[in-house]
Design a protein. Structure first.
Length: 154
């Protein structure tokens, strides 16, 4: 029973994490493409909010559920090669988010507060937006790969 609870938490964490990463990038790109400073500023604010709750919450659930399930099943969390590969991919993605994407997001959020009233959007915002989507895609690849590793257990 406890294993099933932890496994459910693990899967819910994955759904929250990958779902938020995917959906947030899509609606932010569409908000940016519209060019309306008020909408873009609002979207940027929501990126921050959803990252704290959905991405952060997903990471917590994914970790607690995964390590909890391994513990209850009597598995060493770093014992099987496939677990190590998945965890390594997860950490790689997390480092990309933490050290590249979050700083970009913080800079964009600060700029967005400046044009939330409809003021012109500075070129620096657009430069950061291109970097954010590029590195966001790069950081998503290891998450998807980790998901495959967890399912296929190669």
């Amino acid at each position: 029973m406890a294993y099933d609870v932890f496994l459910t938490l693990h899967v819910l964490g994955l759904v929250l994490l990958l779902g938020n990463v995917t959906v947030t990038s899509i609606w932010k790109v569409f908000a940016d493409r519209g060019g309306n400073p008020v909408i873009i500023a609002h979207a940027q604010r929501l990126v921050t909010i959803t990252d704290w709750f959905c991405t952060g919450g997903g990471i917590v659930l994914l970790s607690v559920g995964g390590f909890g399930a391994a513990y209850v099943a009597g598995m060493h969390p770093f014992g099987a090669d496939w677990l190590i590969y998945a965890e390594l991919l997860f950490v790689i993605s997390g480092c990309l988010w933490l050290f590249i994407l979050v700083p970009i997001q913080v800079r964009q959020a600060r700029m967005a507060r400046g044009f939330a009233d409809g003021s012109p959007i500075p070129e620096a915002y657009w430069r950061e937006a291109r970097r954010w989507i590029f590195w966001g895609l790069v950081a998503t690849v290891p998450l998807v790969a980790a998901t495959w590793v967890m399912i296929a257990k190669p």
